[in-house]
Design a protein around this ligand. Structure first.
Ligand SMILES: Cc1cc2nc3c(=O)[nH]c(=O)nc-3n(C[C@H](O)[C@H](O)[C@H](O)COP(=O)(O)O)c2cc1C
Length: 386
């Protein structure tokens, strides 16, 4: 009798702890959304490097703006334009709305999207609907599941990772790499020892492509080579110059009066490899599809990224506010970006994304200096085409 009561008490205690943890995860997700909506969370001193990339104007493009074809095939999927919306969220009520709005827009426009980290739904099945809404609203779009590297190392079996993919009938799995955020977040899990081996295991076992993605600090050539060798099918550089996770955590720390964490976050606000630099480091080191993201804010940025060799481009922060409203607002924002991309292609005389990748461009300033010091080739971009 006594042991039964003790067991029941322990079970109840565990359930309460789980519930408390679920509430904490949901609160953290909501905090992230609100901070990104209401505070200036972008890098301040570091920029993407796209300002150093110049496409060359052609006064005789010899094509018509309306004929420009934005379509591209990546990961065996046809995209109407080279855009894959970056992973944002899931696991909270507001996330349901955000994922629904983005998915609806992406479906209509023939693009791709990633959902946010699915950890919340793996741990609490009640939250699955905040992710499954994406597939419901986007039955044909390219959808990527999302899991963090520290979780695949410590918490999940391959079967659980497969379940995340099945949850949204995903076309790919993103494994996000966020050592900066984990290091500056007081409850962070800065465990990266063994990550590559886990990425290899997952890439070997899953029947969808695995994409390794940073979250705003970029990917260096050295890591791109290791990731390719571990079997990933694509790399999303998510470089520095856009949303800074150190900034987000700095605001969170300040809100709860945590001076220690605030000071750590502040110091790393502008940490990382600028996006344009990271794109070149990765495309010149591995032969894999590359997604350019992190501070991508316009169709002209996307044109430059593709010119540097990326296959797709992504952005997160610019869609947060529109997605809180509805899918029409998301569509409106993306359509402006698509028109800017088309205009850039018209002005360099590139009628297709393949042609854009061969168009000459200049890499100047700090971006060129960084790349040259690291042994990458910037000259050949200026000379190609003909
Ligand atoms: C509110 C918010 C939540 C995010 N959550 C995730 C996530 O769960 N998984 C992930 O891989 N990236 C996440 N990101 C990072 C983005 O995918 C992206 O890499 C980063 O914000 C840089 O892109 P941006 O400058 O266009 O915002 C999140 C971004 C925002 C703004």
């Amino acid at each position: 009798m006594f042991t039964r009561l003790l067991k029941e008490k322990r079970l109840l205690g565990r359930e309460l702890n789980n519930e408390r943890e679920d509430r904490r995860v949901e609160k953290r997700k909501t905090d992230h959304i609100h901070i990104c909506l209401n505070r200036d969370v972008e890098a301040k001193k570091i920029t993407t490097g796209f300002e150093d990339v110049f496409l060359i104007h052609r006064a005789l493009p010899e094509l018509n703006l309306e004929e420009i074809d934005l379509s591209t095939e990546v990961f065996g999927h046809n995209f109407s334009a080279p855009i894959m919306i970056s992973s944002i969220t899931g696991g909270a009520e507001e996330a349901l709305k955000i994922n629904a709005s983005i998915a609806e827009a992406v479906e209509e426009l023939g693009l791709g999207m990633g959902v946010g980290s699915q950890r919340a739904a793996i741990e609490n099945p009640k939250l699955r609907r905040t992710y499954t809404i994406a597939r419901k609203k986007a039955p044909n779009a390219f959808l990527a599941a999302n899991i963090g590297a520290p979780q695949i190392i410590r918490d999940y079996t391959i079967r659980e990772v497969e379940k995340a993919v099945e949850m949204i009938d995903a076309d790919a799995l993103i494994i996000h790499l966020n050592p900066l955020q984990e290091a500056v977040q007081p409850e962070g899990e800065a465990f990266y020892s063994g990550a590559l081996e886990k990425i290899r295991e997952i890439s070997d076992s899953l029947n969808v492509p695995v994409i390794a993605k940073e979250t705003g600090a970029g990917i260096a050539a050295e890591d791109a080579k290791k990731l390719k060798e571990a079997g990933v099918a694509g790399i999303d550089v998510a470089g520095a110059g856009g949303t800074s996770w150190a900034a987000v955590e700095c605001y969170r720390a300040s809100q709860r009066g945590d001076y220690f964490a605030e000071e750590v976050g502040k110091e790393f606000w502008d940490w990382g490899i600028p996006t344009a630099v990271s794109v070149v480091e990765v495309v010149q080191s591995v032969n894999l599809p590359v997604i350019a993201s992190g501070g991508v804010r316009s169709g002209l940025d996307i044109a430059k990224a593709l010119g540097l060799g990326a296959d797709l481009a992504g952005f997160a922060l610019p869609l947060l506010r529109p997605a809180m409203k509805n899918s029409e607002k998301v569509k409106e924002k993306i359509e402006i970006i698509l028109h800017q991309l088309k205009t850039s292609m018209f002005l360099v005389g590139a009628g297709s994304t393949e042609r854009l990748k061969e168009t000459p461009l200049l890499v100047l300033g700090k971006t060129a200096e960084w790349l040259k010091m690291r042994g990458f080739d910037v000259k050949s971009y200026a000379k190609r085409g003909g």
